[in-house]
Design a protein around this ligand. Structure first.
Ligand code: ACO
Length: 331
């Protein structure tokens, strides 16, 4: 078994088109002031018409591979986290495998919504530890604009499109890389955040389209409360497992759903807000892409330093949530 699994390369991609809060005032009854003060979002990116989750995932993956000094031929395993797959089937991983020109390796999707990146990081790490794989590509990619109801001001202002990727590689370095994760699910509250139409329970019909069932539905107020409570708890449980205190975490990369959720988390953990990576102002909530996008930006800004603890924490539809502890590698 390798001594550790490290994130050898990171990559992020956001579509070129920016949609500002002011742009949204032409679609729904809202204001820049409301969105900014309630969520921290100033603008979000929106994919082009024929630009899908797989295309964004490919762009992020290419950057992660380049940073890791690897080529598509080196990838032995591909896992994609998405709640906005290009198609109901085959999986977006199949499409990315083909677009990147990967060998016929294992490739599959994981549906854990906004917590998706933590789930695929944990699965990828476990599969690499067991072998026979050398390099795994894990990608969070979302085209949220395709599932938003652009007539519903309570949801359409919150989300954006994008992708983020990491190359996971075994390393001989001890006490580095992915230290562990705690992942949780409670399907009892699934109705708080879901899309009723389009699956086998409610296939597309004229009626389902008329009833706007093919769009994301969310009870934001309830989700907000549970998110703050559970993100704090799961992070505390993870840190306790590893005998690490919150104060020892140099950098927290939280899911970017609402700046007020992040502020509440910082307060509860008694950590200064400047330990948290925040880019929600520019991207909104990009679901499974949110954490790898923020992680790649943190690296670019020099915030992921060798030997320091980095904590990832997410919450999303399912309900799903979780936290991952990393110790940034030196090599
Ligand atoms: N513009 C203007 N007014 C608005 C808007 C808008 N875009 N949206 C809602 N309002 C109005 C409401 O209608 C309401 O008006 P009323 O009082 O007359 O009824 C008022 O603003 C207050 O609405 P609330 O829902 O109470 O606003 P709140 O402060 O709770 O903020 C928000 C709503 C931003 C959705 C917040 O609850 C939130 O961020 N929730 C968490 C979402 C989340 O974390 N999702 C994570 C998972 S995402 C995933 O897995 C895909």
């Amino acid at each position: 078994m390798p001594a550790s699994i490290i994130l050898r390369g990171l990559g992020a991609y956001a579509p070129a088109k920016r949609l500002s809060n002011d742009d949204l005032t032409h679609l729904v009854d809202t204001s820049d002031e409301w969105i900014r003060s309630r969520t921290g979002i100033s603008e979000r990116r929106v994919a082009a018409h024929l630009e899908n989750a797989s295309d964004m995932g490919v762009e992020a993956a290419r950057k992660a591979l380049a940073q890791a000094n690897l080529t598509p031929a080196d990838v032995d395993l591909l896992i994609v986290g998405t709640m906005t797959p290009d198609l109901p089937f085959p999986s977006t991983a199949c499409l990315i495998q083909n677009k990147l020109g990967l060998r016929p390796i294992p490739a599959f999707d994981v549906g854990a919504a906004c917590s998706g990146f933590l789930y695929i990081l944990d699965i990828g790490t476990a599969m690499l530890r067991q072998g026979p794989y050398r390099n795994a590509l894990v990608i969070g990619a979302e085209k949220m604009s395709a599932v938003l109801d652009w007539q519903d001001r309570t949801t359409c202002v919150l989300f954006g499109d994008g992708a983020g990727a990491a190359v996971l590689t075994p390393s001989a370095e001890k006490d580095a890389g992915v230290m562990g994760s705690v992942l949780r699910t409670d399907g009892g509250d699934m109705r708080l955040l879901h899309m009723p139409g389009g699956g086998s329970a409610c296939p597309a019909t004229h009626a389902s389209v008329d009833e706007r069932k093919h769009y994301l539905k969310m009870n934001g107020k309830e989700v907000f409360k549970i998110a703050v409570r559970e993100m704090e708890q799961v992070l505390r449980d993870l840190l306790a497992q590893h005998h690490v205190t919150a104060a020892q975490i140099a950098c927290v990369v939280p899911h970017q759903a609402n700046i007020r959720i992040i502020e509440a988390l910082a307060q509860r953990l008694e950590l200064p807000l400047d330990r948290f990576v925040i880019n929600i102002d520019r991207y909104g909530n990009t679901s499974a892409a949110s954490i790898p996008l923020a992680l790649a930006e943190a690296q670019e800004a020099g915030r992921l330093r060798a030997g320091e603890y980095v904590a990832l924490v997410a919450f999303g539809a399912g309900l799903t949530w979780g936290a991952t502890l990393l110790k940034w590698h030196t090599t």
